[in-house]
Write a protein that binds this ligand. Sequence first.
Ligand SMILES: Nc1ncnc2c1ncn2[C@@H]1O[C@H](COP(=O)(O)OP(=O)(O)OP(=O)(O)O)[C@@H](O)[C@H]1O
Ligand SMILES: [Mg+2]
Length: 258
Amino acid sequence: MLRGGLIPGRPYVVCGTTGSGKTTLGIQFLHQGVKQGERSLLVAIDEPPSEIRENVRALGWDVGKIRILDVHPTAKAFSKRVSLVEVAAQRSVASLKDAGSSAKSEAMKQAAPEISVQSLQLMLKQELKEIKYSRVVIDSLTSLKKLSEGMDDMNNSISSLLRFLSEARVTSLIITDLPDPTDLEPELFICRGEIRLHKRMIANRIDRCITIEKFRGSAHDTIPRPMTLTEMGIKVDAKKRIPKSSMRMLQAFTQFGK
Ligand SMILES: Nc1ncnc2c1ncn2[C@@H]1O[C@H](COP(=O)(O)OP(=O)(O)OP(=O)(O)O)[C@@H](O)[C@H]1O
Ligand SMILES: [Mg+2]
């Protein structure tokens, strides 16, 4: 679909709804790099590394050679489905009681003190100084943004992170939730390409497909293609078309419409 693959040394976004296969695609990309003798780094924000290793072992891949940067040891507690305000409230309800807005944002920072888009960039700078990684996956930027709320100038931090990754000549996949079509997230216009994973329930099974929404510097497949998630990982059938009913669903929800 990419007419020869991603252009090396550039940042790309992989987005999709929950369970659409983003983490699997990210790890498959890193695993492929390792097989080719490239160094691969996974920035784990959504799931603890032990859980990732367990899931990947179930896929039969050797992830021993993928370096996993555990960005937030208690990241699970800050799941993207829970807002930071809720986390802060759970942690220190007493201290938040009768608190003014500045005290509240201070409590939020304390709930997740060490991680932000900026601090991740510093961590990556350190990592890349020591080892020349060719492939990096950030899973996920959506969670990182939640953790950075109120700390960074988000647009600047994200463009700085993506510029840093491209200056470091790493091919990176930035994983995000499905973007709100009315909101143009900075990572979407800065990245050099966007791969979108879709899923929907048909009869008694999940039907999956993949689209290339944007790919700078190359022609690409503009037709949605069926995708399967199996015990071997993600498989895309780049010759087949998706059923008409799935196409209608895509037209309703993505920019393939109107
Ligand atoms: N061994 C397997 N065989 C078949 N399907 C699998 C296998 N392992 C995982 N899956 C499917 O992949 C899905 C999870 O994929 P993945 O974790 O990559 O999604 P995700 O987009 O990262 O989700 P999230 O947004 O929650 O992080 C599971 O819900 C399951 O449907
Ligand atoms: Mg995931």
